[in-house]
Design a protein around this ligand. Structure first.
Ligand SMILES: NC(=O)c1ccc[n+]([C@@H]2O[C@H](COP(=O)([O-])OP(=O)(O)OC[C@H]3O[C@@H](n4cnc5c(N)ncnc54)[C@H](O)[C@@H]3O)[C@@H](O)[C@H]2O)c1
Length: 309
């Protein structure tokens, strides 16, 4: 047992399996009192594991895609353990379809669990921390870690609902980091890659362990990075999005100006067209280079494996 989270109270949403389970286990093994949130039996199973290992945890089965469910979750942490220091927003689902085949239900359910779910939990936690900092006059020293995805940051075909929600989660991370800085709350996000129930069906053999002895896609590779961001060891770090996959960590950067052209009068269709080459230089064969599209070349091989059905 370590002591990094000694005396701290943490919530992990969707912690009944996959990445969230590993995060809850690590937090508890470092001394945190953990509220393990998931739907149904899964949460209690992880709580039992934590208790058997000598840790402190309680289950919560509220649906985080509901505003009231998220508030109940925050209240349970505060009432059970007397406070709240860490929120890891992790719960998620997939309803992959190409945009032209997607149903309203597929769109709404993914938006609800990811985007509304992340915001609802973060919002009620931030309201609690705002009140605490007002009462004590001190910064609260708390942290939120959200879960984005490269799918949203680079735009993965077949996941328009999920990608839009995950990109929005990166955006809300930056906004909330700005808004919560003064009360001493850091807000960051991870973009993980791991073998879980979510990815098993689409990744095929790609994520299975190889002979190297290092299981690169095991979800426990992700937990240490998330928990580091959530801990006082990451003091001063906020508004960041970090990819973690196996032994690799990447600090990601969001939208930024790439090329700029200016004029000193109103643009016309002709004047924009006349400057096209400056914005999108053609290659020798006349094609526009796809430098603005998709993940870095080294990561591309993973994406064509998605089921585009
Ligand atoms: N596995 C990857 O490679 C990968 C890649 C990018 C992002 N992510 C993200 O990581 C997070 C964890 O995913 P995972 O891969 O561990 O999947 P997972 O399916 O193993 O775990 C997700 C958990 O969330 C729970 N959940 C779903 N809806 C919920 C709700 N409304 N309320 C409470 N709990 C709910 C599920 O029951 C499940 O236990 C997700 O946000 C996912 O989008 C995963």
């Amino acid at each position: 047992m370590g002591t990094v989270f000694e005396g701290k109270v943490a919530i992990v949403t969707g912690a009944g399996r996959g990445i969230g389970r590993e995060e809850a286990l690590l937090l508890a093994s470092e001394g945190a009192s953990v509220v393990v949130n998931d739907l149904g039996e899964a949460a209690q199973v992880v709580v039992n594991e934590i208790l058997e290992a000598g840790g402190t945890a309680v289950a919560n089965t509220d649906d985080i895609s509901s505003w009231d469910g998220a508030e109940l979750l925050i209240n349970q942490a505060v009432q059970t353990y007397g406070g709240l220091d860490v929120v890891i927003n992790n719960a998620g689902i997939l309803r992959d379809r190409m945009s032209f085949n997607m149903s309203e239900e597929d769109w709404d359910s993914v938006m609800a669990v990811h985007l509304k779910g992340h915001f609802s939990v973060a919002r009620h936690a931030a309201a609690y921390w705002k009140q605490r900092s007002k009462t004590t006059g001190e910064p609260v020293g708390a942290a939120i870690v959200n879960t984005a995805s490269e799918s949203g940051l680079y735009g993965n075909a077949g996941q328009v609902n999920y990608a839009a929600a995950k990109a929005a989660i990166a955006s809300l991370t930056i906004v909330m980091a700005r808004e919560c800085e003064r009360m001493g709350v850091r807000v960051n996000a991870i973009a993980p890659v791991a073998r879980t129930r979510l990815t098993e069906a689409i990744a095929g053999d790609y994520m299975l362990p190889d002979e190297s002895g290092f299981d690169r896609f095991s979800p426990d590779n992700v937990a240490a990075v998330t928990c580091w961001l959530a801990s006082d060891l990451a003091q001063g770090i906020s508004g960041q999005v970090i990819k973690v996959q196996g032994g690799q960590i990447q600090l990601l950067e969001g939208w930024r100006p790439l090329v700029e052209i200016t004029d000193d009068k109103t643009w016309t269709l002709d004047s924009v067209a006349a400057r096209r080459e400056e914005l999108f230089p053609s290659s020798a064969d006349g094609a526009v280079p796809p430098f603005f599209f998709g993940p870095p070349p080294a990561d591309r091989e993973r994406y064509p494996q998605m089921d585009m059905g």
